[in-house]
Structures are given as structure tokens and as C-alpha cells.
Design a protein around this ligand. Structure first.
Ligand code: SAM
Ligand code: SF4
Length: 505
């Protein structure tokens, strides 16, 4: 593997400088070490008007320790989430396609010098069978994950995207088909020409985690003679994705590698630079906490492991700092913590996840597959169980992928999210896809909780002038009845060209 296209990295630096400036981040954190409560409240007001916070403002929030102020922040975070995304949670499943890897990241079970790992790359037939098993859980979107290796290059990834989209399954109720309608990718940073291959194959979101935004710590954890050892190649991965035409990009940091406050500042700087250079912020931000990985001492003994309290604070601050961006909490976290974190403003999560290579079709728990996993998950509950828990908490599961299929991606969706329109409009598609799930896959207990929730949602929709004024209601109710009677994959695809934003608002 070669790093072709390094010139694309330098092209995106501003005046020869990276958007991550260690000194500036440190100065911000130090200067805002003792936040004034009134300043904090002013910043919360800015967040509530759905505006990206500056790095200085983010540093203020990161330094709040007073329990009463933290509670005000929590409430504001929840309100921001409600305004932008309402009470929807989007579900996906991870599909690990290959654990072959040429890198040696010290925290990861896939690293090439880990003799405990049994290596395997899924064939197209195996990807097909894994996808069938994921669809049979009720999923409609997934994220495919790959180690970095010549065998899992852009052509392999593009082919796997096509294979996944080709799988169709009869639903258990016999009501037509279910399929994966959105394939996101988590893979190594690539050159623009390779990213174009993924774009042509129909990639949803392209996700790369920076791991740590601290250049020195990054160098300690990623040997210099590996591809991943190049900090800048990774730092500008999303800039290249945008250059390739992929306008839904997802960023993240692996929390536990370095100081959590520094990482949050890095993520916010990253969001600012994408906005500055492309006019579009990240579609989602992830904040995975490092989990124990087979054969990795650091994964359990890092001096920077983030405890639950700090974790809750960092999620809250991210929600407030980048109000329009989706936040992903994964099954890495324990069930009870995940439930709480969702309350702090997360918008996406996974369930029924299996991260062993080939583990879905083989129906294997991670304990039976420990030599093929990257790390251990904290929550192995089924999609059905998690959906029930969320329905009990008032959250509606959305399998909606209509946004993408109507072309509401990138700057188009960002505009709607920032103006709070997306949250309202997508409620309709959330209800339609939840209806499908309840009819096709839900257990009796989930169905009972789901029916209660969906009735509340229907009432709210019928009483909301946004829906009645825009004449969306008759079409929606028509689709709802048809889905309840057995039709599938009907979604609201109103063209925004005839709904000018100011009149919607
Ligand atoms: N190989 C590609 C790369 O590194 O970008 C993509 C796949 S890698 C399997 C996906 C992510 O897993 C990494 O970016 C890293 O943040 C995360 N990861 C690695 N080790 C982990 C651990 N011990 N616990 C939790 N997440 C981990
Ligand atoms: Fe390979 Fe990615 Fe794991 Fe690093 S994090 S060892 S690049 S799979």
C-alpha cells in the first residue's frame, strides 16, 4: 500500500498550517479553566439557537464542574436534541468484513503483530449471508468495517457495498421484502480516486475516527513505519471524501487514548474546518470509549481511560457544541449507561451487534469468537430488546433512510437540521418505518410498548400545524394505512423546492 495523493493533504492546510493547533487548544482549555456561570448560560442560549459553538465556548463548557450548572447543561443538551431531531433514534448494525490489517495500532485486536487474532476476509457469498442475518433482525442500515490491507482495498469495499445492496429477504410476516437501504463505511483513509469508487458504488456515510487529535500521542500509538503512522493523511481523510463527492462524512475520536477534553476540542476544530472549507459540518460524531482488546495491554491500562462521569460530560458538551450533528453511541457501552447517554442527546445507536468476522450468519456470541474480534462489546442485547427499552422511555425507533434517497444529504440536510425542520419532517418517516418494524419483527412485548408510543406520535402529528398546514397529513395517513395493511417501503419524499424554508418555519 502506498500513500498516493499526499498533495491533497497539503492543499487543505491553511497557510501551511493544520486545523489542529495543539498550543491553541491548550491555551483555550487553560484560559477557560474557571467558567463564569453567566457566561455558561449565555453559551447554552447560543446552543439552543442551533449554532456551532466556537472552540473557546466549547472550552468553557468542558471546564464546568458545578453540579447545578452541569444539570442546566444536561437539560439544554436534551432540548437541543429535541429541537433538531425530536425523539427519534436511528438504528444500524456493524458488519465487520475483514480483520486483515497492515497497521499496528497498540489498542486494537486487529493489529498485524497480534498473534492471538485469527485472520479472515469475507468472500462475497459470506457478505451476502451476513447481510441476510442482519436484515432478518429487522435492520435497514448498516456500517461495514474493514482493517487496512491490500486485500480489502477500495475495489473490495465497493464490491461489498454492491453485494449488500443486492440482498433482499422476505419479512417474517410475509409482507414483501426487507433490505439494507443505506450502507455506511468505516475504513482506512483513502485517496480521492479510491473514494470516488465508493461514491459510485452508493456509499452512505464515510466514517474515519482520528483516534487522538494530539499529534505527539498519535505518534506514540501508531508506529511511524506503518500507513496509519501518518497523522496528516488521517486528519484530512474527510476533506478528501468531500473532494470525491461524498458529502456525508463522519468523524470521531477513540476516547481513552489521551485527555478527553483535548479530544473534544479536536472534534470541534474538525467540525469548524469542514464547515469553513466545504460549508458542511460532519454528518455524525462518534465518541467510542476504548474497550479491552485481545492482546492489548494499553486497552485496559491507558492512563487516559475515561470514567462514566467524564463520559457523560463529554457527550453533553458535544451535543451543545455541534448542535446539528448526529451523535452515535454504540454497543461498546453497557446497557444502563447507553440508556442514560441517549438522554444526553444521542441520535444513533446499534443493536444485535456482532463484531466477530462472520458472526451473524454463524450466530456466535463474542465469547465464542474471541479470536476474531477487535474488542469486546458491553451490550449484546437484540435489536428488539433495545427498541422496547427506548419505546418505554418515549423514543421512537427510526429506520428511515428516505433522507438519502430523496437527495437530502450533505449541505441540503444540514440546512434543514440547522433550521430544525428535519426533526419535524422526519417524524413522519420514523412513524412509517416503526409501523413496518412493529408489524414485521417485533416481539409481543415490544409491540405492546410500540403501539402505545405510535398512537401518541400519531396524535401529535395530527395536532401539529406544521403537518396540517403543509398538507402533508393526508399523504402520510394514506401511507400509514397502506403499510399497516401490508405494503412496504413507502416514504414521504416531499420535494423541498416547493416548500421554501422560511414558510416552513
Ligand atoms: N482500520 C480502519 C481504521 O483504523 O481506520 C477502520 C476499522 S477500525 C476496526 C475502526 C475503529 O475501531 C478504529 O478507528 C478505532 O477507533 C476503533 N477501535 C480500535 N480499537 C478499539 C478498542 N480497543 N476499543 C474500541 N474501539 C476500538
Ligand atoms: Fe488496523 Fe484499524 Fe485496528 Fe489500527 S484500528 S490495527 S488500522 S483495524
Amino acid at each position: 500500500l502506498r500513500l498516493v495523493g499526499l498533495g491533497d493533504v497539503y492543499k487543505r492546510q491553511v497557510k501551511g498550517k493544520d486545523f489542529i493547533d495543539e498550543k491553541k487548544i491548550r491555551t483555550n482549555l487553560e484560559q477557560q479553566a474557571h467558567p463564569d456561570p453567566q457566561r455558561v448560560r449565555d453559551i447554552l442560549q447560543k446552543s439552543l439557537s442551533i449554532k456551532l459553538l466556537t472552540p473557546e465556548e466549547t472550552a468553557v463548557l468542558l471546564n464546568v464542574t458545578d453540579p447545578a450548572l452541569l444539570e442546566e447543561m444536561r437539560e439544554a443538551a436534551l432540548e437541543v436534541k429535541k429541537r433538531v431531531y425530536d425523539n427519534r433514534i436511528v438504528f444500524f448494525a456493524p458488519l465487520y468484513c475483514s480483520n486483515l490489517c497492515v497497521n499496528r495500532c497498540v489498542y486494537c485486536g486487529f493489529r498485524s503483530d497480534n498473534p492471538e487474532e485469527k485472520r479472515h476476509i469475507l468472500s462475497p457469498e459470506e457478505i451476502y449471508r451476513e447481510t441476510e442475518a442482519i436484515i432478518d433482525e429487522g435492520h435497514k442500515r448498516l456500517i461495514a468495517v474493514y482493517g487496512e490491507h491490500p486485500k480489502s482495498d477500495a475495489d473490495y469495499i465497493a464490491d461489498s457495498i454492491s453485494t449488500i445492496y443486492a440482498v433482499k429477504r422476505t419479512t417474517p410476516s410475509g409482507n414483501g421484502f426487507n433490505n439494507i437501504r443505506r450502507v455506511n463505511i468505516n475504513a482506512a483513509p483513502m485517496a480521492v480516486e479510491d473514494l470516488r469508487k465508493l461514491w459510485r458504488a452508493g456509499i452512505g456515510t464515510f466514517q474515519v475516527f482520528q483516534e487522538t487529535y494530539h499529534p505527539g500521542r498519535y505518534a506514540e500509538l501508531h508506529p511511524a513505519n506503518t500507513i496509519k503512522g501518518n497523522f496528516r493523511w488521517r486528519l484530512y481523510a474527510m476533506h478528501r471524501a468531500m473532494d470525491a463527492g461524498i458529502d456525508d462524512v463522519a468523524i470521531g475520536a477513540l476516547f481513552g487514548l489521551y485527555d478527553w477534553k483535548f479530544e473534544v476540542m479536536g472534534l470541534v476544530e474538525h467540525a469548524h474546518d469542514l464547515e469553513r472549507q466545504f460549508g458542511i459540518g460532519p454528518h455524525t460524531i462518534s465518541f467510542p470509549r476504548m474497550q479491552p482488546a485481545p492482546g492489548s495491554f494499553l486497552s485496559e491500562n491507558s492512563p487516559y481511560l475515561v470514567n462514566d462521569d467524564a463520559f457523560k460530560r463529554l457527550v453533553m458538551v458535544l451535543r451543545l457544541a455541534v448542535p446539528y450533528t448526529g451523535l452515535i453511541v454504540t454497543a461498546r457501552e453497557r446497557a444502563e449507561l447507553r440508556r442514560e447517554i441517549i438522554n444526553y442527546g444521542c441520535t444513533q445507536t446499534d443493536a444485535s451487534s456482532k463484531i466477530g468476522i462472520g458472526a451473524y450468519a454463524g450466530k456466535k456470541l463474542q465469547e465464542e469468537n474471541a479470536d476474531k474480534v477487535q474488542f469486546m462489546l458491553g451490550d449484546q442485547r437484540s435489536l428488539d430488546e433495545v427498541i422496547k427499552e427506548l419505546a418505554d422511555d418515549g423514543y421512537i425507533t427510526s429506520f428511515c433512510t428516505a433522507g438519502y434517497r430523496c437527495g437530502r444529504t450533505g449541505d441540503k440536510i444540514m440546512n434543514l437540521l440547522e433550521k430544525g425542520v428535519e426533526g419535524k419532517f422526519c417524524k413522519l418517516n420514523a412513524v412509517l418505518t416503526f409501523r413496518e418494524y412493529l408489524n414485521d419483527y417485533a416481539s409481543a412485548a415490544t409491540k405492546e410498548a410500540g403501539e402505545r408510543l405510535i398512537q401518541r406520535e400519531l396524535q401529535e402529528i395530527e395536532n401539529t400545524s406544521f403537518f396540517t398546514d403543509k398538507k402533508l397529513l393526508p399523504t402520510f395517513l394514506n401511507y400509514y394505512r397502506r403499510i399497516a395493511a401490508g405494503e412496504r417501503d413507502l416514504y414521504m419524499s416531499v420535494s423541498y423546492t416547493h416548500l421554501t424554508l422560511p414558510t416552513i418555519l
